[in-house]
Write a protein that binds this ligand. Structure first.
Ligand code: GAR
Length: 213
């Protein structure tokens, strides 16, 4: 079966990218292959992780684009160049327009560090999500992987994993635990599932060869 080409969009440390790279290496992601890592931030450590794994990288610096249209045009160009069929947002800190999300309907997935619909949407990213969860006083939190549509964190949920909040948790300790126990597990699993679904829907490579296509 032809593997689904994955583009991972990042902006920061890239621990979720690393989880995807590791999952691919040990065969947990077998229906897809990471064909591109694209960063909106030229100094993101995620770029080094990609280079270490021999994955092509592209930087489209958000700050150097005059507006979001130019930013997205450049992203689309890179996605086309590397033949991306699925886009994984792994700590990508820009909100994508409705035009962009429509173009890749059911082809963009995102990992968010809370149990959606709690603590999500505009302004809820990174550590701020865990600060909000702690100040609300929730007893459980976790992570969500969902398809991306025009509503920030509003697309169809693919999977979720919950953990207990400890009495002595700080935003930092909670963030670390949610990443380790939730995000790094459910993101590769969801990615494999979506890649497998796309791969299954593609015409069989051997049949095409036989027909001389
Ligand atoms: C992760 O916790 C991810 O869920 C979050 O940013 C962090 C990126 O870490 N994303 C969001 O908050 C998106 N709304 P990483 O660069 O180490 O993967």
């Amino acid at each position: 079966m032809l593997k689904t080409k994955i583009a991972v969009l990042v902006s920061g440390g890239g621990t979720n990218l690393q989880a995807l790279i590791d999952a691919q290496r040990i065969g947990k992601i077998k229906s897809g292959e990471i064909a591109l890592v694209l960063s909106s931030n030229p100094t993101a450590f995620a770029l080094s992780r990609a280079k270490n794994a021999g994955i092509p990288t592209v930087t489209v610096a958000r700050k150097k684009c005059k507006d979001s249209a130019e930013f997205e045009e450049k992203i689309i160009k890179a996605l086309d160049k590397y033949g991306a069929e699925i886009i994984v947002l792994a700590g990508f800190m820009s909100i994508l327009s409705a035009d962009f999300t429509k173009k890749y309907e059911n082809r963009i997935i995102n990992v968010h560090p809370s149990l959606i619909p709690a603590f999500c949407g505009k302004g809820f990213y990174g550590l701020a999500v865990h600060e909000a969860a702690l100040s609300y006083g929730v007893k459980v939190t976790g992570a969500t992987v969902h398809f991306v549509n025009e509503i920030p964190d509003g697309g169809k949920i693919i999977s979720q994993k919950a953990i207990k909040v400890n009495k002595d948790d700080t935003p930092e300790s909670l963030q670390k635990r949610v990443m380790r126990m939730c995000e790094w597990k459910i993101l590769p699993e969801a990615c494999e599932k979506v890649c497998a679904d796309i791969a299954k829907s593609k015409p069989d490579e051997k049949q095409n060869t036989r027909k001389g296509k």
